[in-house]
Design a binder for this molecule. Structure first.
Ligand SMILES: [Zn+2]
Length: 479
C-alpha cells in the first residue's frame, strides 16, 4: 500500500514539474509578411524568369558541359558586375565565382545552389521553360528547386558591389550542374578547395526553407534550418536457386524467400528510433507556438515523454519516422524472364537513408544478417554516409539564426533533419559547418511541384531572399 502511494506521489510530482515547465514556456505567435517593394519584386522575378527560360536538365548518361556554359552566359548577362569583379572558376560546367575579402586570415564562406533541373513532362498550366510571371508567382522548372537560389545570391553580390562593398572574408558562389543526377559536380568544386588546402568556415545550400504549419497543432511560419542530411544507400538483395519448371514448384523458391524477407523488414522495423539533438531542438523550439495545451505539455517536457513519443511518432507519421531513424524502402524487383520459369536468380533493391546514430555500416549489417536467415545475399550498390550535424551551440548556427531574425523578424526557428540529399554532402572534407536553408518559402503545394507539375515560387518572397544573402555576407564582419 505504501509502495503504491509512493509511486503515485512520484507521478504527481513529475506532472507538477511538467506543468510548471509548460507554463514557463509561454505563448508565441509567428509573423511573416511578403515584401511590397514592387520595383524589386519585378526586377527579381524577371531575372528568375530568364534563368528558368534557359533549360538546364541534367542527364545521367549524357553530360552536356556546353549547355551549362551557355547557362553561365545567361547568368553573366544578368549580373555583369559579379562577372566583372569576381574571379570565375569553371570546372566541367560547374561554376564558381570568387570574391576576394579584405582579411586573408579568415576562412572563406561559400553559397551554393545547383544549376541543373529535372525533366518536365506532363500537362503544365504554363509551359515549364516559359518562366511565366502570373498570379503573383514565377512559374517553371527550377523556380523553386533551385534557380531561385542562384538568382538571389548573385543578386545580393551584384547589389553589394554596386554599393561599393567589399567582404571581410573571401566569398565563393558555387553551382554544380549534376545535383539532380547525384553526380560529382559538387565534389569537383570541393576538391578544388581541398587541393589548395582551403578550409571553409560555412557553407549555405538548399535543404530547409521557410515553411508554414510544420506539424499538426503548430500554426505559423518557421525557418526550417537543415542541421544535417541523412546518408544515401542502395542495396540489392539476391535469391538464388537452380531454377526449374513452374509446374513442379519447390518449397522456398527465390521469390517466396524475397517476399518473406521484405515482409519481415516492413513489419519488424529493425532500426533504432532515437531523438537527435536536431529533433530535440525542433520540438522544444516549436512548443511555445502550440495552441493545443496537451501538445505543448508534451513538447515542453521531452525529458518525460520521449519514450512514449518514440513509440507513437514513427507509427503515425512517415516524416517523423524518417527524422528519427534509418529507413529502408524496397524499390525494384526482378524474377525470371518467363511466366512459367522459376528464376535462377531473383532480386529486390532497397533504398536506405542512414541516420548518424545508426549509420551505414551498422544498418547494412543488420539488413545482411536478416537476409541470411532467408538464404539471401546482399550486394551493396551505393553506401553513402550521413553528414556531420551542425553544432547548435556553434557560432555558425548562431550566425544563421541572427540573419534569419534580422530579415524575417517574427518567424519561428526550427532546426530539422534533411531526409533527402543535397550537394553540400560533398563538401564534408573541406567544411564542418554546412547549413541547409534556402531563404524562401514554399507551400505544401509548391513542394509537390518540385520534380512534379507546375513548379512555381511566390514573387513576394524574392526580396527577402536577396536580403538574407546580403546579411549573411555582412555577418562575416562580426567574426
Ligand atoms: Zn535541389
Amino acid at each position: 500500500m505504501e509502495f503504491i502511494l509512493l509511486i503515485l506521489l512520484v507521478i504527481v510530482v513529475l506532472l507538477v514539474i511538467a506543468l510548471i515547465r509548460t507554463l514557463l514556456v509561454g505563448n508565441k505567435e509567428t509573423f511573416y509578411e511578403y515584401s511590397t517593394d514592387q520595383e524589386r519584386i519585378d526586377l527579381y522575378s524577371d531575372k528568375l524568369s530568364k534563368l528558368i527560360q534557359y533549360e538546364t536538365i541534367s542527364y545521367r548518361d549524357k553530360p552536356d558541359v556546353e549547355k551549362f556554359r551557355g547557362f553561365h552566359k545567361v547568368i553573366e548577362n544578368l549580373y555583369p558586375n559579379v562577372f566583372k569583379h569576381l574571379e570565375k572558376i569553371e570546372i566541367d560546367g560547374n561554376l564558381m565565382m570568387k570574391w576576394k575579402g579584405t582579411d586573408p586570415t579568415l576562412d572563406p564562406i561559400i553559397l551554393i545552389s545547383h544549376q541543373d533541373v529535372v525533366e518536365a513532362t506532363g500537362e503544365w498550366i504554363y509551359p515549364p521553360f516559359s518562366g511565366t510571371i502570373a498570379d503573383g508567382k514565377v512559374w517553371g522548372r527550377g523556380a523553386g528547386d533551385i534557380k531561385v537560389g542562384i538568382m538571389s545570391f548573385y543578386q545580393a553580390v551584384e547589389e553589394l558591389l554596386i554599393e561599393g562593398y567589399t567582404p571581410k572574408c573571401d566569398v565563393y558562389l558555387g553551382s554544380s550542374c549534376t545535383e539532380e543526377i547525384g553526380g560529382d559536380g559538387a565534389l569537383k568544386m570541393a576538391d578544388w578547395f581541398k587541393e589548395r588546402g582551403i578550409n571553409l568556415y560555412l557553407l549555405s545550400d538548399e535543404g530547409g526553407s521557410i515553411v508554414s504549419d510544420p506539424i499538426v497543432g503548430i500554426k505559423g511560419n518557421f525557418a526550417a534550418i537543415g542541421i544535417f542530411e541523412k546518408g544515401y544507400g542502395d542495396l540489392k538483395i539476391i535469391a538464388k536457386s537452380s531454377g526449374g519448371h513452374s509446374s513442379t514448384p519447390p518449397k522456398n523458391s527465390p521469390i517466396a524467400r524475397l517476399a518473406k524477407f521484405v515482409n519481415y523488414i516492413e513489419i519488424n522495423n529493425p532500426f533504432k528510433v532515437r531523438f537527435s539533438a536536431a529533433v530535440d531542438a525542433m520540438l522544444t523550439n516549436l512548443a511555445p507556438y502550440s495552441s493545443n495545451f496537451m501538445l505543448k505539455f508534451i513538447m515542453s517536457n521531452l525529458w518525460l515523454f520521449k519514450p512514449v513519443l518514440k513509440l507513437i511518432l514513427p507509427a503515425i507519421s512517415p516524416h517523423a519516422a524518417a527524422m528519427l531513424q534509418t529507413t529502408i524502402c524496397f524499390t525494384m524487383a526482378k524474377g525470371s524472364e518467363g511466366y512459367n520459369v522459376i528464376p535462377q536468380e531473383a532480386y529486390v533493391t532497397a533504398n536506405l537513408r542512414y541516420i548518424p546514430h545508426q549509420s551505414t555500416d551498422e544498418a547494412n549489417k543488420i539488413v545482411t544478417e536478416i537476409a541470411k536467415k532467408y538464404d539471401l545475399e546482399v550486394e551493396t550498390i551505393i553506401a553513402g554516409y550521413p553528414s556531420k550535424p551542425l553544432d547548435l551551440k556553434g557560432p555558425q548556427y548562431n550566425m544563421i539564426v541572427d540573419t534569419i531574425n534580422k530579415v524575417f523578424p517574427g518567424v519561428g526557428i526550427m532546426p530539422y533533419v534533411v531526409t533527402g540529399g543535397t550537394d553540400s554532402r560533398f563538401f564534408a572534407e573541406v567544411c564542418d559547418n554546412c547549413v541547409r536553408f534556402a531563404p524562401v518559402n514554399y507551400t505544401a503545394e509548391q513542394l509537390k511541384g518540385m520534380h512534379g507539375l507546375n513548379e512555381n515560387i511566390d514573387q513576394g518572397c524574392l526580396p527577402m531572399a536577396v536580403d538574407w544573402y546580403k546579411e549573411l555576407i555582412k555577418a562575416q564582419e562580426r567574426r
